[in-house]
Design a protein around this ligand. Structure first.
Ligand code: AMP
Length: 543
């Protein structure tokens, strides 16, 4: 680990991308290929290959306890040490720097440690494995092991930078490296293939999820059409209803095995009733689409589908009461052929053929072809009128670009209602924001009382957050350490995706994906929105 730790520290210390890349290239060149492959994976903040579904199952509290024991601070409250860094790995290094100068854990032992942690069921076993590994590790080793366990290195190196470094180290075209990474889902394997000059042999593998293509948000039909014009020679757009369910990538083998992956590339197991209809589709397939709760002729809002998420065993009642459908909108792979570079229109033709005669639980989107901003606006209004949250417009001749946002797909959504709320409590943030009060709990009004309804993390500028941190420190009613109850003076306008019933907040509701639109210095607390307004918005949305 020693050279990995040195490199990672040096990468963190420079803001220049070219310098970061040069440091990583130097590391790759200095290591034998199997070690360089592990370094590539770890620099991408992955304990396992991306396609691998194992998880470590080690929590922050458990790590904190182990670090405290190692540092001889067992039982002490490390909250202030943590707050100094906002990162458990950095905290570990600081606490252990003096006592752990020696030690150097080989990279392959760190990989073995992760495999053991994933395999161990009981927390005591996991702790034992960590203690044994830490005994032979330096403070720097422990720092990065902890960071890998918590999932973020915070050295300003993304997987894309590691791809660039692999291309530079072995003098291969970056596009080939990226393609191999997308297909294999294993940056370590990509490094090995690049070193052996075998990138071309990377192939798509059924049941290893590919990255999802993403849509860029736009605010108006005009903006949407202009953005599409920039990318496409012929301004034809396939406009589809924007469904409000969960994105799903379906893999199906010739012999009828089916797996469904979510946008986070995890397996989706909550909808077993889709397996059989999907298994009956012809040939080998990778499909992209959306799973939706459905009643009669219409899809239901996400809040309904959500009732089925997280349930591993679905009882018959649930299946009956909340039936779901899979709506396919793209085809990435068919009978051994990768179709990403075929134009969308061609992929759609294939897709429609596959779905002829498919079960009732399966369908495809029916796009409207639009050739002007007016046509897009019309399709948008039609989609809203049919009860959808908006449209997704796709350039007709475009390839499928996994993991990329923007360029060929655009989403236009109904502008949601906003609420004027007041901040009632604040918390220190995480990562870059660990020294400022950046997480705001906010409330609506019920007569003279305030009822919390949500918590927002983003929307203000760094300067504003800093200014309000000062303010809140001076207007604290109760200091709870990581959290402060503050005087309810600061009014915000917040936007959100929808409202849910929830016992998390005293209002009985929670806003989904709340974000701060602006500060409303012009509005007194007595005029913020009320719980009655929330109830009306909630009712409207479930109608
Ligand atoms: P958002 O979640 O608001 O960022 O919007 C992007 C998501 O919309 C995608 O990830 C899909 O899950 C979903 N979506 C709904 N309908 C479609 C569609 N027709 N084409 C592509 N994505 C869609």
């Amino acid at each position: 680990m020693r050279s990995f730790v040195q490199t990672a520290d040096a990468v963190a210390a420079t803001a220049k991308k070219t310098e970061k890349s040069r440091l990583i290239v130097e590391l790759f060149r200095s290591l034998p290929v199997p070690d360089a492959a592990l370094a590539a994976r770890f620099l991408s903040a992955q304990a396992f290959p991306r396609h691998d579904e194992r998880t470590l199952g080690v929590g922050g509290a458990q790590l904190t306890r182990l670090i405290a024991e190692l540092a001889g601070k067992s039982g002490e409250n490390l909250w202030s040490d943590y707050r100094k860094h906002g990162d458990l790995g950095d905290m570990a290094e600081e606490l252990l720097r003096e006592s752990r100068k020696q030690g150097d854990l080989p990279l392959n032992e760190v990989a073995r440690l992760f495999a053991d942690l994933a395999a161990a069921r009981a927390q005591v076993q996991k702790s034992e494995r960590l203690v044994r590994a830490f005994a032979r590790a330096s403070a720097g080793d422990i720092k990065y092991i902890v960071k890998l366990i918590t999932g973020d290195l915070r050295i300003g190196a993304k997987e894309s930078l590691v791809e660039e470094a692999i291309a530079a180290t072995y003098e291969r075209p970056l596009a080939e490296v990226r393609r191999a990474n997308m297909l294999t889902g294993d940056i370590g394997e990509v490094l090995t293939l690049a070193a052996e000059n075998k990138l071309a042999s990377a192939a798509v593998r059924l049941f290893h999820p590919l990255g999802f293509m993403l849509a860029a948000p736009v605010d108006t039909a005009d903006e949407l059409f202009d953005a599409a014009l920039k990318e496409a020679e012929t301004p034809a757009l396939l406009v589809e209803e924007k469904y409000d369910g969960i994105r799903a990538q379906v893999h199906k083998s010739r012999d009828g095995k089916v797996k469904v992956f979510s946008r986070t590339l995890d397996e989706v197991v909550e909808f077993p009733e889709l397996d059989q209809p999907l298994a009956a589709l012809p040939g080998e397939l990778i499909l992209d689409g959306e799973i939706l709760a459905w009643r009669g002729a219409r899809p239901l809002p996400f809040t309904e589908l959500q009732k089925r998420l997280g349930r591993k065993r679905v009882d018959m009642w649930m299946q009956h009461d909340l039936p779901v459908k899979f709506v396919a909108f793209d085809l990435l792979f068919q009978d051994g052929a990768l179709l990403l570079d075929e134009p969308l229109t061609q992929r759609k033709i294939r897709l429609d053929k596959i779905f002829v005669g498919a079960a009732d639980a399966l369908r495809t989107t029916i796009p409207t072809e639009c050739r002007s901003a007016q046509e897009v606006a019309q399709a948008f209004r039609k989609s809203l009128a049919a009860g959808h949250e908006g449209i997704v417009a796709k350039v007709a001749g475009s390839p499928y670009a996994p993991g990329r946002r923007g360029g060929f797909w655009f989403k236009l959504k109904e502008p949601f209602a906003t609420l004027d709320v007041v901040i009632t409590a604040v918390e220190y943030g995480h990562g870059r924001r660990h020294k400022v009060l950046s997480d705001y709990t906010f409330a609506v009004r019920n007569g003279d009382n305030l009822l919390n309804i949500g918590k927002a993390y983003s929307g203000l500028t760094d300067a504003e957050i800093l200014e309000y941190t000062e303010y809140f420190l001076q207007h604290t009613i109760e200091d709870q350490g990581y959290r402060r109850i503050v005087e309810p003076n600061i009014v915000l306008e917040v936007a959100f995706n929808n409202i849910q019933k929830s016992s998390r907040h005293e209002s009985g509701y929670a806003l989904r994906f709340p974000r701060i639109v602006r500060l409303r210095a012009d509005k007194p607390v007595s005029e913020i929105d009320t719980i009655a307004t929330v109830a009306i918005l909630f009712a409207r949305q479930t109608q």
